[in-house]
Design a protein. Structure first.
Length: 315
């Protein structure tokens, strides 16, 4: 599953060739997981490439950095520019954008004080997160045996590299056991989220998602889906979810930048609802893809157009 390369990566204010975007092996981040990052999608709309909710993603990046006391050497506006320019310079249309802020090379030792804060932005094509058929056919998931991190251990609100060790344990177990993904419970046994996705349930026509205090990432797709669902006239609710509610829900689906809106057709081999893509999930998918693909007007101002000419002048 090698990734598709693009030409250039933005590294600390400059574009470098993809193969030259390297760090020292004694960089703090490699030893202690000291990074914060984002995942953003750019879609090819009729009006050209457009980045989904760029401002909100970079805002979350600044929150993640703040939580870990990392002083960003660039303004939010400069990092947003770097994202736009990276898409433009690589002449990409549909792609995934990965900004990463990390503690670089100066000394080894847990104490991070004095490590340089480095920033990179890469953009590259990335297909469907859970397989080509996932969006139309749905996926089978299990409840992972690893819990999400407890409150006051690793902050779930920060999208930090180290958090993804927990995600990797969940993912490896799921794949090994023949599932597309794992859903994690929190330390109290309530439903949290997937290894890299937020979770929604449909209960008798009402849309439910787990709240921030169940160790979830405050997903930007989650917020968008909550808003779109309200606009479609659904009752929406953030609610603590016991595991067994997943088994008896009418529909269950994942949301996330990578996963988009992906239906879940079974949990622990128990069929969810009718075992296919439910009507509410379909309606949400339609509303979401309508906007990101530019087929309906961008009434919320969620899309940032990538204009090649302006970006190339800066590159
Ligand atoms: N929870 C987790 C733990 C998570 O990693 C993501 C995004 C979400 C929820 C959804 O958040 P949002 O993208 O803002 O709607 N996961 C990113 C990383 C995936 C990866 O494998 O890398 C993503 O979807 O880009």
């Amino acid at each position: 599953m090698a990734m598709t390369k693009s030409e250039k990566i933005w590294m600390n204010g400059q574009f470098v060739a993809w193969d030259d975007a390297k760090v020292h092996v004694l960089s703090h981040v490699l030893h202690y997981g000291s990074s914060v990052f984002e995942g953003i999608r750019c879609y090819n709309t009729k009006q050209g490439p457009a980045i989904f909710r760029l401002g909100e993603h970079i805002e979350r990046l600044t929150y993640s950095a703040k939580i870990y006391r990392m002083k960003l050497p660039y303004s939010s506006e400069q990092i947003e520019r770097a994202c736009i320019d990276t898409v433009a310079t690589n002449r990409l249309a549909e792609c995934y954008i990965r900004p990463l802020v990390y503690r670089g090379y100066s000394h080894v030792g847990v104490n991070p004080i004095g490590t340089p804060i480095e920033v990179m932005v890469a953009a590259y094509p990335w297909g469907k997160y859970l397989g080509d058929d996932a969006l139309t056919k749905g996926v089978a998931v299990k409840i992972g045996t690893w819990a999400r991190m407890a409150p006051n251990t690793l902050p779930a609100m920060a999208k930090a590299g180290g958090n993804y060790l927990n995600s990797q344990l969940l993912k490896l177990e799921a794949v090994e056991d023949g599932y597309a993904e794992a859903i994690a419970l929190d330390v109290n046994g309530y439903v949290s989220e997937g290894s890299g996705e937020n979770l929604f349930l449909v209960l008798k026509g009402e849309l439910v998602t787990t709240p921030l205090h169940n160790s979830i990432l405050a997903g930007i797709t989650r917020a968008s889906v909550l808003q779109l669902a309200r606009e479609l006239g659904y009752h929406v609710r953030e609610m603590v979810v016991p595991r067994e509610l997943l088994y008896v829900a009418d529909e269950v689906f994942f949301t996330g930048t990578a996963v988009e809106v992906t239906p879940i057709t079974s949990v622990d081999r128990i069929t969810v609802g009718a075992g296919d893509v439910g009507p509410v999930t379909k309606a949400i998918q339609q509303a979401f893809f309508g906007i990101v693909h530019g087929d309906v007007p961008d009434r919320h101002g969620w899309l940032t157009k990538v204009t090649r000419v302006a970006a190339q002048a800066r590159a």
